[in-house]
Write a protein that binds this ligand. Structure first.
Ligand code: FAD
Length: 610
């Protein structure tokens, strides 16, 4: 088979290498625009698991790469004058240049032809010139091939909210380092890690609006770097930050990360080749096909694993078409898994201001678990002592005494206090419309539905949206609080919960507005009742579903006064029934214990009740 890889980054080189190893008769060429030792970027990190995949695919290059790796376990989080270190994370770092040189040497050793300093403008011309059977578009993030066949690949590019710059430094960090600095314009963060003797990667990231407000947009490259050096001076110990993107001018080194997803990865072109008219596929690989935010360090891993998978698919298949289809099917799912974690991580770093009121312990915990691939128990496997320290800290903050030698409770099982109400734990049964009331009154169904979860150990059970008047109902099965019979029916449930569990019970009051007078969910959600519809009142005379829903009457001043009165009367019944918690529309004032992210709440009962 004749194979041409357009782009000699990790994807193109590694795929070329594997295909040559698979069958020495394969004629493989990698075309790269740069010179052999020119490349952007500094170090990249892998997890230990990625190395395992490489060792299976080509033990020889894997061994050379492992020898060149810096290995470390710790993450340092520098935040508000504190440094928190957690271990057991198992990273390996290598200079991008070094890794590419290892792959280039290995390619040459096995007979892959490397063509440098050649910019590919037309993939079809290359396919014809090399009489190729397969063309790999491994031309990176700004892939010209992806752009050319956008109709087939249907790229979805989401340009993210932060700007970042990929710098290097001679300061050697002994842990993966996150440093956060607040300026008058907003937060800046550095992601730094050692990748070879005497060198570290240093990525600076901030929201685009912060970047602009700080004036970085109008600074020269040197001025921008000097700004970062000043900002992160406490961590640089006098070392310089260095750019190797010297071909870029001014602030162009600051990039907004583009998240790339492609809906198709293979384009077939009918070409007039030296072996006659043939269909030749061009296949996306690596960053050309997808990207994963640098904060989870997976871009190179994905590129290399694409190469491994395609080589495997082509080995095991009877036809090129079937092999390529399998490659696309398998890899697009694997990539989505990583991109999901990467999106969580991206959003976390875009939202640093949101976490900025957390104390360092909580901030660190939130950072470490941000991608949702590392859970609480996974942190315990990585660094049990750190996690136990964190659990003790949470326990202390919530007033739980942990006797010597005893394990502290999981944070989720510590009490939560909001105004006058203390929940036994942070497990809340969310309100869910059940459509099971008769004339707005809850019966045995709700007694069991709410009572059983309360007895099951939830700290709080929430009653679904409960309507303040008959015309405030969504469906005829919705609960109501507009008469005393309903108040009494709820009191029976509240008394049961209080008498048989440690749970608190809350309730939501609401008004359906234009969404009212519809069928029970299982009879046709959001559809008007077949008969006996009641007139609707809403903020505007706009139907919920155009052409389907009833058109409501726009509320008059008198309607609004009546509805406000309904809410007041219902709230009084809620209090009389003994509920502990009633979410309201007032700004949140609840906050104690720790991390109060509870809905705005009115607590109906004093905490001293039990
Ligand atoms: C700041 C930052 C930090 C990162 N950190 C990590 C990390 O820690 N770990 C990690 O795994 N990944 C990391 N990545 C991602 C990683 O660099 C990429 O995902 C990876 O390099 C993708 O490999 P690739 O071969 O698909 O593309 P590239 O590495 O981009 O290679 C594409 C190659 O094609 C060449 N090329 C492009 N167009 C043409 C053309 N028309 N003609 C000829 N040649 C062409 C380019 O010169 C380049 O050599 C990071 C990325 C960034 C931006």
């Amino acid at each position: 088979m004749k194979i041409v890889c357009l782009g000699g980054g990790p994807a193109g080189l590694y795929f070329g290498l594997l295909m040559k190893l698979q069958n020495p008769a394969n004629e493989v060429t990698v075309i790269e625009r740069n010179r052999p030792y020119d490349t952007f970027g500094w170090g990249v990190v892998f997890s230990d698991a990625t190395m395992q995949n490489l060792a299976e695919a080509d033990p020889v290059s894997a061994e050379t790469i492992v020898d060149a790796f810096s290995h470390w376990d710790d993450i340092d989080i520098h935040y508000k004058g504190r440094t928190l270190r957690s271990g057991g994370h198992g990273f390996i770092g290598i200079g991008r240049k070094h890794m590419l040189n290892i792959l280039q040497a290995r390619c040459e050793e096995v007979g892959v032809k490397l063509v440098f300093e050649t910019y590919v403008e037309d993939d079809q011309k290359v396919a014809i010139d090399y009489d190729a059977d397969l063309v790999i578009a491994s031309d990176g993030l700004n892939s010209v091939v992806r752009k050319r066949y956008a109709d087939t690949f249907k790229p979805d590019i989401d340009t993210r909210r932060c700007r970042f710059v990929w710098l290097g430094t001679t300061k050697v960090f002994d842990a993966f380092t996150f440093a956060f600095v607040e300026t008058e314009h907003g937060w800046f963060q550095a992601h730094a890690y050692r990748f070879e003797d005497g060198m570290s990667t240093f990525i600076v990231e901030t929201l685009d609006e912060t970047w602009q407000a700080a004036g970085l947009e109008t600074m020269s490259q040197e001025e921008g770097i000097a700004y970062c050096e000043k900002l992160f001076a406490p961590w640089l110990d006098g070392h310089k930050l260095i750019s190797n993107a010297t071909h870029l001018r001014g602030s162009a080194i600051w990039i907004r990360f583009p998240r790339v997803i492609c809906n198709g990865w293979v384009q077939w072109n009918e070409l007039d080749t030296p072996r006659g008219q043939r269909k030749v596929p061009v296949v996306l690989m690596g960053d050309a096909a997808h990207t994963a935010h640098f904060s989870i360090g997976s871009g190179t891993k994905l590129a290399l694993e694409d190469a491994i998978e395609l080589a495997r698919c082509l080995k095991d298949t009877s036809s090129l078409q079937a092999g390529l289809k399998h490659y696309e099917d398998v890899r697009s799912v694997e990539v989505l898994k990583i991109q999901n974690a990467a999106r969580n991580s991206t959003e976390w770093f875009e939202s640093v201001a949101r976490y900025a009121n957390l104390e360092p312990e909580q901030f660190a915990y939130s950072l470490l678990t941000r991608s949702q691939r590392i859970s609480h128990e996974n942190l315990r496997m990585r660094d049990a002592a750190w996690l136990e320290g964190y659990e003790k800290w949470v326990a202390g903050r919530t007033g739980v005494e942990v006797s010597h030698g005893k394990r502290p409770p999981m944070p989720m099982l510590t009490p939560f206090k909001a105004r006058g109400v203390t929940l036994a734990n942070r497990i809340v049964m969310s309100p869910m419309a059940m459509y099971s009331c008769v004339d707005g009154a809850p019966g045995d169904f709700h007694l069991v539905h709410l009572g059983s979860r309360a007895m099951g150990g939830a700290g709080l059970v929430m009653v679904e949206m409960t309507c303040v008047s008959p015309d405030a109902r969504i469906t005829p099965g919705c609960p109501g609080m507009w008469n005393d019979a309903q108040g009494a029916a709820f009191k029976r449930i509240v008394d049961f919960v209080h008498g048989n569990s440690n749970a608190r019970i809350g309730i939501q009051l609401g008004h359906a507005g234009r969404k009212g007078s519809t069928r029970l969910a299982w009879d046709g959600i959001d559809q008007p009742l077949p008969a006996d519809n009641w007139p609707l009142v809403a903020a505007s005379a706009v139907p919920y579903i155009e052409g389907v829903s009833q058109v409501p009457r726009a509320a008059t001043r008198a309607d609004m006064d009546r509805i406000r009165g309904d809410f007041v009367a219902a709230a009084k019944r809620v209090a009389a029934a003994g509920f502990d918690w009633l979410p309201s529309a007032s700004p949140p004032r609840a906050s104690t214990g720790s991390n109060c992210t509870a809905p705005t709440a009115t607590c109906c009962r004093p905490s001293s009740r039990r």
